[in-house]
Design a binder for this molecule. Structure first.
Ligand code: ADP
Ligand code: MG
Length: 378
C-alpha cells in the first residue's frame, strides 16, 4: 500500500479524504473518536509545512441537495475547538484555497456525482491539491468519487496514518483464528448487514443479531413483529441464514407503540402485538454465557435505539458483557463507538475501529475498492 511516510508532501497542498461522519445532535458532536483519529496525519502534514483541505461525507443526503441537517458545520466547529484555530468550511470545490493550514469542504455527498463515482467529480477532486491522501477507513468499502475514483485519478495518492494503523491492527487480529469466535451484528442497515452476517459465518462460530436486523430474522422465523423496522425483501435471505443454525436471536425484547411514546414493556419474542415495535432487546443468559466464553468477539451495531434511555439497556448490557469478557474484542462503527463511550471504558475493548461497514467487510476478508486502489493486498 502506498504510504504517507514514503510520499513527498513537504511544502505541498493536500486534499485529505477522511471519515468525519460522526453522531451529531442539536448541532453538537456526540462522539469525536473519528475526528481525533485523524490527528496523527494532520499533525504530520503540519510539520511538513503542507496545507490541507479536508474532504468528508456526512450522513446520507439526497444527492444534489444541501439540506442543512447534513451540513458538516458542527464538525467544523469541533475541529476549531480541537485545533484551536479557525477552520473555513468551503461550500464548493471551486471555493477551495490553501491560505490556511487546515480547512474543510462541505459534505461531499451534496455533490451529485459523489455516490455514482462520476469521473468529472473524481478528476476535479484529484486535481484539487498536489497530493490526494485517503485516510477514511470508514469509507474504504465504497467506490465513490472521493474515495476509489479520486485515488485512481490522482497523480500522487497515498494512505494516511489512520488507514495504515487500521489495516495493520485488523490484519493482526484476523490472523489469529481463535475459537469460539462470536460475531455480534446490530444496527439498522438491514440489507447491508445481512450480507455481512453471511460472510461473518465463515470467520465465526456463531452470530448474535440485534437491533433492526433482528426483526427481519424474527419475522422470517414466524414471529409477529408488529410495526418494527423490517426489510421484507430480505426475509428469504434471512431464512437461509437461519438454516445454518448459527444465528442467535433474542428471547425477550423491549417493545413500544412508538419511539416517542415514553412507554415500553418487556415481552417474549412471540408476544409482540400488531401495534407495537421492537426497539431494544434483553441480553439472554445464553448470549451472556457465549460472550463470557468467547475467545474472539467481533461487534458492530447497537442492539436497540440506545440513544434513548428507555431503549438503551440492551446495548448497555451487551457493551458491559463484552468489556468483562476475556475475549480479544474488536468493535467498530459510528454508533457503536458512541455506545462504547456512553456505557463502558474504551480500554476494555481490545481494538476499536473507526469503520462500521468497512470494518465488517475487512474482517470478512472482502476486497475493499479504495484500499485496493492504494495498492493494499491482504
Ligand atoms: P454503526 O454506526 O455502529 O455501524 P448502524 O448505523 O448500523 O451502526 O446502526 C445504528 C442505529 O441503529 C442506531 O442509531 C440505533 O438507534 C438504530 N437501531 C438499533 N436498534 C433498532 C431497532 N430495533 N429499530 C430501529 N432502529 C434501531
Ligand atoms: Mg451508523
Amino acid at each position: 500500500m502506498r504510504k504517507l511516510g514514503d510520499t513527498d508532501v513537504f511544502n505541498k497542498t493536500v486534499a485529505l479524504r477522511v471519515d468525519l461522519n460522526v453522531p451529531v445532535k442539536d448541532g453538537k458532536v456526540l462522539d469525536d473518536t473519528r475526528i481525533l483519529a485523524i490527528i496523527p496525519t494532520l499533525q504530520y502534514l503540519k510539520n511538513q509545512n503542507s496545507k490541507t483541505a479536508l474532504i468528508s461525507h456526512f450522513g446520507r443526503p439526497e444527492p444534489g441537495t444541501d439540506d442543512e441537517k447534513f451540513s458538516l458545520l458542527p464538525v467544523a466547529k469541533r475541529l476549531e475547538e480541537i485545533f484551536d484555530t479557525k477552520i473555513l468550511l468551503f461550500q464548493s470545490l471551486q471555493d477551495v484555497n490553501f491560505n490556511n493550514d487546515i480547512s474543510l469542504v462541505e459534505n461531499i455527498r451534496f455533490m451529485p456525482g459523489e455516490v455514482v463515482n462520476d469521473t468529472d467529480l473524481s478528476s476535479q477532486l484529484s486535481k484539487l491539491a498536489d497530493v490526494y491522501i485517503f485516510d477514511a477507513f470508514g469509507a474504504s468499502h465504497r467506490s465513490h468519487a472521493s474515495t476509489f475514483g479520486a485515488i485512481k485519478a490522482s497523480q500522487a495518492s497515498c494512505a494516511g496514518f489512520l488507514l495504515e494503523e487500521e489495516t495493520d491492527a485488523l490484519i493482526k487480529a484476523m490472523r489469529s483464528h481463535e475459537a469460539p469466535t462470536l460475531s455480534i451484528v446490530g444496527g439498522s442497515k438491514v440489507s447491508s448487514k445481512l450480507e455481512a452476517i453471511k460472510s461473518l459465518l465463515h470467520v465465526s462460530n456463531e452470530v448474535l443479531t440485534g437491533g433492526g436486523i433482528t426483526n427481519t430474522f424474527l419475522k422470517a422465523s414466524g414471529n409477529n413483529i408488529g410495526t418494527s423496522l423490517c426489510e421484507d425483501s430480505m426475509i428469504e435471505h434471512a431464512k437461509d441464514l437461519l438454516a445454518t443454525s448459527k444465528i442467535l436471536l433474542p428471547e425477550e425484547v423491549v417493545v413500544s407503540k412508538s419511539i416517542q411514546s415514553g412507554e415500553s414493556r418487556v415481552c417474549s419474542i412471540d408476544a409482540v402485538q400488531d401495534d407495537e415495535m421492537i426497539l431494544d432487546q434483553v441480553l439472554s443468559p445464553e448470549a451472556s454465557e457465549k460472550i463470557a466464553i468467547a475467545k474472539k468477539i467481533i461487534w458492530n451495531g447497537p442492539v436497540g435505539v440506545f440513544e434513548q434511555k428507555l431503549f438503551s439497556k440492551g446495548t448497555q448490557e451487551l457493551a458491559q458483557a463484552i468489556a468483562s469478557s476475556n475475549a480479544y474484542s474488536l468493535a467498530g462503527g459510528g454508533e457503536t463507538l458512541l455506545a462504547i463511550k456512553m456505557f463502558i471504558d474504551k480500554s476494555n475493548i481490545s481494538y476499536c475501529s473507526t469503520g462500521g461497514g468497512a470494518f465488517l467487510e475487512f474482517v470478512e476478508g472482502k476486497e475493499l475498492p479504495s484500499l485496493s486502489a492504494l495498492g493494499f493486498k491482504f
